[in-house]
Design a protein around this ligand. Sequence first.
Ligand code: NDP
Length: 292
Amino acid sequence: MERVMPAPHILDGRSLAQDLLEQIQEEVSRLREQQGRVPRMVNIMMGEAPGACAYARSQKRVAQQAGIQYDLLMLPREAGQEELEACIRRLNDDPSVNGVMIHKPFPEHIDYQGAANCLDVRKDLEGINVANIGKMLLGETRLIPCTPAAVMEHLKFTGQPLRGKEAVIVGASHIVGKPLSLLLLKEMATVTVCHIATSEAGHLPDHVGRADILIVAAGRPGLIKGEWVRDGAVVIDVGINKVGENIVGDVEFETAKERASFITPVPGGVGPVTVMMLMRNGLEAFKLQTQG
Ligand code: NDP
């Protein structure tokens, strides 16, 4: 029998980001009218990595569009852990600052999690403080790590219920795969998290083939073959890989899109929504501090 191909819907991250930006702009204007001030976020950057600066520039541009104040605080690359933590504490104590983030990449001598744990939990823009991670486990924080939050926005946009669905995540990092597993669990999906040992054991194609919802964040170009994808699956590709002059994801897009009901492109999928989630966290942080 001939296989019925579902029509693929490309999840356009730029257009979703634009919708989210409009919502954030409205909220920021309301705050400006009601409270006479807008959220202010500070990004601490150690040294000047050209790539990191480009990302910070794009964050600043989006913040300006949203009406949020965004400052870059440069520390020398050779600054030590103590200097970084002292800087974070000063920002914690500064009532004019609502949100703080530590820019990646950071120098090797820095204990990132140690620094993240110094952040005031109400100013933790990326939801990386251990207390916020714990609160996320309990479903008690609004400061959710930005990339997992962006994936959830894409899923929400599809309009598909997550309850009872087989959700398979490929990649188990602290910033993407693990927090995402908690968010999907909260929505009552049945969650499987695959990692390097899954691949080593040869089980990756089987898990991928079962997925109603497939989210890939491994940082390995073309890791997921299109033919593994289940017909009608929703495919969210978080991967950003430079291959020659091109940026590609972790999923073989052209073949996967023939099977998927929805699929994100790379670039133009999760990335633009992630930066919007940072802005939303800036708003949430402001509200936590001013409204509780
Ligand atoms: P990490 O390197 O921290 O984590 C990658 C994860 O993928 C690890 O759990 C690793 O497993 C797993 N993995 C690696 N290779 C394989 C494999 N062959 N089979 C199965 N699992 C594998 O990466 P990040 O989470 O920081 O980022 C992942 C990707 O997402 C990158 O391409 C990154 O650029 C992109 N990214 C995109 C963002 C966006 O906004 N769009 C934001 C953040 C990241 P193990 O630990 O067991 O080795």
